[in-house]
Design a protein. Structure first.
Length: 225
């Protein structure tokens, strides 16, 4: 074989290898479940913005870690109900194994091709660690939406919500604990997403529809809307 045809053969083989690698990479990305996390302090508007989003695309499956825990707490057959109730009513975090198992069961119950919007998770390093063990391999985290809101605004919103929410943790005393844990454990997680270029920050101290317009743009950017 002449040196010209050897060079041509190597170039073609290299091209085929690159194309195959790219194809396999694309296919593996496609089979992963797309996930967006939503973080922000208590009352920043996570639940509100998620509800507005899911109304626009039924393929988006919405799970609030707090709602899953509250539902589990109410289930009389649950062995963990009492523990969950005790921790939520003190404004403390529930063990990650419980929260991530509930999330995994919820995610596994959805049809293929679903996209997952997860509100209020991961709240601390333990949540990240157990997520990595149990779910990270099958999920592609697109970004973490962070609703940035001044504490005074969040306090006012939660105390107002507390008049009718029936939530055991929507009172001034427990709220102080929730803010303390948010600053100590959740803010470092927000910073991790930022360091990994996975954080999308939105100013949440604005009317709901204005916040939603900006949030919507982020989801259009990943093809969810
Ligand atoms: N942009 C906004 N402007 C004014 N009020 C808002 C806004 N967003 C949400 N609220 C109100 O603030 C309260 C808290 O909102 P929401 O329940 O969405 O917060 P959250 O971040 O999910 O809080 P938590 O972490 O406690 O579940 C609700 O009563 C909601 O109606
Ligand atoms: O990952 C999580 C999420 C929530 N919790 C507990 O639930 C309450 C309420 O959560 P909201 O997101 O405000 O609905 C929270 O204060 C924790 O007690 C948790 O432990 N882990
Ligand atoms: Mg909420």
């Amino acid at each position: 074989m002449s040196s010209t045809s050897r060079t041509a053969t190597i170039a073609i083989a290299g091209g085929i290898l690159a194309a195959t690698t790219y194809f396999l990479y694309k296919r593996s990305k496609k089979t992963l479940k797309e996930v967006v996390f939503v973080l922000g302090g208590p009352g920043s508007g996570k639940g509100t913005q998620c509800e507005l989003l899911i109304a626009q695309n039924p393929n988006i499956r919405f799970f609030s870690a707090g709602d899953l825990l509250r539902a589990e707490r109410k289930d009389p057959s649950s062995k963990q109900g009492a523990l969950i109730n005790d921790l939520i009513s003190k404004g403390e975090f529930v063990p990650a194994s419980i929260t991530v198992t509930l999330l995994k069961n919820a995610i596994d119950s959805c049809p293929p091709g679903s996209k997952f919007l997860i509100d209020g998770f991961p709240r601390n390093l333990d949540n990240v660690r157990v997520w990595d063990e149990m779910l990270a391999g099958e999920c592609d985290v697109k970004f973490c939406l962070f609703l940035d809101c001044p504490e005074a605004v969040m306090i006012e919103r939660i105390l107002e919500r507390g008049k009718s929410s029936g939530r055991v943790d929507d009172n001034r005393e427990v709220l102080l604990k929730r803010f303390k844990n948010y600053e100590k454990d959740t803010v470092p997680i927000v910073k991790r997403f930022e360091a990994d270029s996975k954080l999308k920050k939105v100013e949440a101290d604005r009317p709901m529809d204005v916040v939603q317009k900006e949030v919507k743009g982020l989801f259009e950017g990943i093809g969810w809307l």
